[in-house]
Write a protein that binds this ligand. Structure first.
Ligand code: SF4
Length: 178
């Protein structure tokens, strides 16, 4: 089984979404929000492309789980991961995603000192670190994600009030009055 950074992010949002995504039931291509996020990441910091590189990494855990990630901007000289979020609010899911990046880089014996999450809409940047306790947490998230993916049935929906921006909204709530 493969657990990627997207699943670690989604784990912190909705277990049902994680399960749907992992089982290749995809709606993202219809989402303007996702497209907007990509655009913001590419346009907000064009100067970064000169010194940062895209990195694809993976690491197979002793359990056999393959962990993978594609990091859009990594400054290998400074050991800094850059992540841009179009969101106008900070979320634990963003931090978890960057900690997963740091975890995988270190597992590959690549110097990864910290991450920076840039929020252009908020004009703020958050620093993300990975200490020993965080490593234990990341490994717990991986195990939890595996357990959810292995569930036979799709997990239940969240309260609809939390689903507004989700690309699976129509999938989950078709037939409902909304
Ligand atoms: S619409 Fe709601 S319940 Fe369905 S996957 Fe998205 S967040 Fe989860």
């Amino acid at each position: 089984m493969t657990i990627n950074a997207t699943l670690i992010n989604i784990l912190h949002i909705c277990h049902r979404e994680l399960w749907l995504h992992a089982h290749a039931i995809r709606m993202e291509h219809t989402s303007d929000i996702v497209a907007e996020g990509k655009l913001i990441g590419e346009e907000s910091y064009p100067q970064r492309a000169e010194k940062n590189q895209q990195v694809e990494i993976s690491f197979k855990l002793p359990s056999g789980v393959n962990c993978t990630a594609k990091i859009d901007f990594f400054d290998a000289q400074k050991g800094v991961v850059h992540e841009t979020k179009k969101s106008d609010s900070k979320e634990l899911a963003h931090t978890a995603q960057v900690q997963f990046y740091l975890y995988l880089l270190r597992k590959n014996e690549i110097v990864a000192n910290y991450g920076l999450i840039e929020y252009p809409k908020l004009r703020q940047t958050d620093k993300v670190e990975l200490n020993d306790d965080d490593i234990t947490k990341v490994e717990g998230w991986i195990a939890k994600a595996v357990a959810i993916v292995e569930q036979e049935n799709c997990p239940p929906t969240l309260p609809k009030s939390k689903c507004g921006k989700c690309s699976y909204f129509d999938f989950c709530w078709s037939g409902e009055d909304y």
